[in-house]
Design a protein around this ligand. Structure first.
Ligand SMILES: Nc1ncnc2c1ncn2[C@@H]1O[C@H](COP(=O)(O)OP(=O)(O)OP(=O)(O)O)[C@@H](O)[C@H]1O
Length: 704
């Protein structure tokens, strides 16, 4: 029930509510083409960012904000910082052609020193630059071979500089061809045209939880006057995200748990047999998780269970046991994973485990040919496939299951509650098992996975040695390569992670393509080095992964495509280049790719800069292999509301909210959402444009 204090605002007695999102000229649902200055070409570029309506544009939040600071003497600039410097050009600008890049370079001098300045692919800037003239420049300082360099700076007039001084400038995630200026201009125009005066959160709730008006928040998240205003806007919008999520969860929870299951299962001989055949004993955590699942499957209600266990804790075998039980009891099972590479890997693992049993396991992924897919569709519909492993392809319309009784989703945060629902609608009412390696404290897990029961695998297999970590600067590279050589000589394999696929004009960081060439020249010729990245075709990626898993590749240079779930126990070294560019949770996931067998494993975090903040953050990983501890310490270090904190990746997909940083807001939003009934929600949706869509992002249960 909604608290009676809220009802007053939700349903005013006089019924003359003016709160509806009435609009000046533009509707939230309008195409962005309605915005001045957006033509066909920009429309296509925005579409690449997933933006086609005004609403999507307004909810496309800046990635970070830059503050234009006072002009700094050149000898005080720091690596990695964005600075404003002023001085005279000390040399005639030079244009060079390096591979496919056009590089303009010169020097800027002030009374304290001089700084090299470069621009990529902007040869026209030569016309603006005159030796001996004074300029104000704003750009990032990078370290190029031990020397500072101002990279790709913007030239500011005196007037522009004073106008921007101390202001927060939004920085949006971009796509090639679309500038930050173009996005912020479009947002600015849209904000002028759309009237957002209504607010779907009632006054009492806003007061209780200290939330500013929605209209104010949407303006301020894009163009905050100062940090204070940004923090208020963020609080309001994060609350909203959690609130809608929690509304959906509460409704699902009410509907779900009592549902009787058509799939009561009562024989578990095959899982027992499989356990007897395993080359290892299950850990206590695995035994407990399996025990919980067994009990759920035997009971008369639908299972909705989360198995939470740190990277490498052995969640897969638990899923195999559950699916095997499902098949033994005469039904079909499915397991859905985020990537094709992972699906292929699971297929092999399942075939190995289930080889001795007469069970048909099939693969269904997007890159299969139409006729291959058709064959699997038929087998699924006829009931010939017992277990299917796949990606999103498993929930395509064309797929019909004969008797789907259990669905396992891996890394649920990649799919969201909504997709889980879609899957559940494929079968009658299949049991659901969700695997997650996200280290969420139990109190939060209870809210976030509100509709699920939770089993925690809290111990690692006993044959594991703790991973040895080190955090080092780039000068350590030669030593690292020697170490890698030695490990390969002992028959082990190595991952090297770089943040980028290829060289970029905007970012100074290692890229997979060049790095692979370079280390091929450094390591002994007998060492087999290959590269892997997301721009490769699915087939090529699978081929590389298969060869790595088969031990035919010694060193794999990869982007973070490797991050989720890959299991090659013979790999013992993980080296991460530019480790400072990744969130700690992501680094922990990456590290989880080693230490998966009984051999000693090592993780080398190589920092591209050695600033105090970078080292402090990375040393958290250096000091512990425990995902929960890492998440907790990261939060402490960033502190709530850290404006420029690197966003965590790999958690639940919220646009702005961060489950660690915003844990307090999550609890508030959950408390508020608990007071809403289904009717309250339906009424709200009638009143406010766009609201239904936002709630439906999590579930459409409410609207059925
Ligand atoms: N009880 C155990 N004793 C020894 N080894 C085990 C045990 N359970 C699983 N393993 C092995 O540990 C490795 C990691 O297991 P698994 O791939 O299931 O991890 P995971 O929990 O899914 O990790 P991630 O979240 O990183 O995907 C596998 O090689 C698996 O065979």
């Amino acid at each position: 029930m909604v608290d009676s204090r809220y009802i007053l605002t939700l349903y005013p007695l006089n019924n003359k509510v003016k709160e509806k999102v009435c609009v000046k000229n533009m509707q939230l649902s309008d195409s962005i083409r309605e915005i001045k200055g957006i033509g066909e070409k920009s429309e296509k570029l925005f579409a690449k960012l997933g933006i086609s309506t005004v609403e999507e544009l307004l909810f496309f939040y800046p990635r970070e904000y830059e503050i234009v600071e006072n002009i700094r003497p050149i000898n005080e600039v720091k690596e990695g910082h964005i600075v404003v410097v002023s001085g005279t050009l000390g040399s005639k600008p030079r244009l060079q052609y390096v591979r496919n890049l056009k590089i303009v370079s010169t020097f800027l001098r002030d009374a304290s020193g001089q700084l090299e300045v470069t621009w990529f692919n902007m040869p026209f800037i030569m016309k603006t630059l005159r030796m001996g003239t004074r300029y104000i420049m704003r750009g990032r300082v990078i370290n190029k071979n031990g020397r500072y360099r101002l990279q790709q700076p913007k030239l500011l007039s005196e007037e522009e500089y004073h106008k921007l001084l101390k202001k927060l400038q939004p920085v949006y995630p971009l796509t090639a061809g679309l500038t930050n200026h173009a996005v912020s201009k479009a947002v600015g125009s849209a904000l002028k045209e759309v009237d957002l005066t209504g607010d779907y959160l009632p006054l009492e709730m806003r007061k209780k939880y200290n939330l500013i008006l929605r209209k104010q928040a949407v303006h301020a998240i894009h163009f905050p006057k100062d940090k204070e205003e940004y923090m208020q806007a963020r609080r309001r919008l994060v609350f909203e995200e959690f609130f809608f999520f929690a509304l959906a969860l509460h409704q699902m929870k009410q509907g779900k748990h009592q549902k009787p299951s058509p799939y009561e299962m009562n024989t578990f001989e095959l899982p027992e047999k499989l356990m007897d055949r395993l080359p290892f004993d299950l850990t206590d955590g695995q035994k407990r998780a399996w025990g919980d699942i067994r009990q759920d499957l035997t009971s008369s209600v639908v299972m909705n269970r989360l198995i939470q266990g740190d990277v490498g804790s052995g969640k897969t075998i638990v899923a195999v046991l559950a699916l095997l039980a499902c098949v033994e009891n005469g039904h079909q099972g499915a397991i859905m994973v985020p990537t094709e590479v992972l699906a292929e890997q699971h297929l092999k693992t399942f075939q190995e485990y289930l080889g001795p049993f007469d069970i048909r396991v099939d693969l269904l992924v997007g890159s299969m040919t139409a006729s291959q897919k058709r064959r699997v569709y038929e087998a699924l519909e006829m009931g010939m496939t017992d277990i299917v492993i796949g990606t999103h392809a498993l929930i395509q319309e064309k797929v019909h299951y004969k008797d789907l009784a259990l669905v396992v989703t891996d890394e649920q945060h990649r799919f969201g509650v909504r997709q889980r629902e879609e899957f559940s609608q494929k079968g009658l009412e299949p049991h659901m098992l969700v695997m997650s390696a996200t280290p969420i404290p139990r109190t939060l897990a209870i809210i976030l996975y509100g509709d699920l029961d939770i089993s925690v695998i809290d111990v690692m297999p006993s044959d594991r040695l703790p991973i040895k970590n080190c955090v080092v600067g780039t000068s350590y590279r030669p030593k690292a390569y020697e170490f890698i050589e030695a490990q390969v000589r002992q028959g082990h394999q190595v991952y090297i992670i770089c943040p980028m696929v290829e060289e970029s004009e905007n970012m100074e960081a290692e890229n997979v393509t060049d790095y692979t060439d370079t280390i091929k020249g450094i390591l002994s010729p007998s060492i087999r080095v290959e590269c892997l990245h997301g721009k490769m075709k699915a087939g090529a990626k699978n081929d590389i992964m298969e060869r790595f898993a088969a031990g035919e590749i010694d060193v794999l240079v990869s982007t973070t495509v490797i991050e989720v779930g890959i299991n090659v126990p013979n790999a013992t070294v993980m080296m991460v280049e530019n480790a400072e560019r990744f969130g700690l949770a992501q680094l922990h996931q990456l590290r989880g790719r080693v230490g998966r067998g009984s051999a000693q494993s090592y993780c080398i975090f190589m920092a591209g800069n050695s600033s105090r903040e970078t080292m402090e953050r990375l040393n958290i990983l250096g000091g512990s292999n425990d995902g929960f501890y890492v998440a907790e310490q990261d939060l402490k270090l960033r502190g709530p509301g850290d404006l420029f904190g690197i966003r965590q990746s790999g958690e639940l997909n919220f646009a702005l909210a961060d489950i660690y940083q915003d844990a307090g807001i999550l609890k508030d939003a959950n408390e508020a959402a608990a007071m809403y009934t289904k009717d309250d929600i339906l009424n709200l949706c009638k009143k406010y444009e766009g609201l239904r869509k936002r709630i439906m992002a999590y579930t459409d249960d409410i609207f059925l």
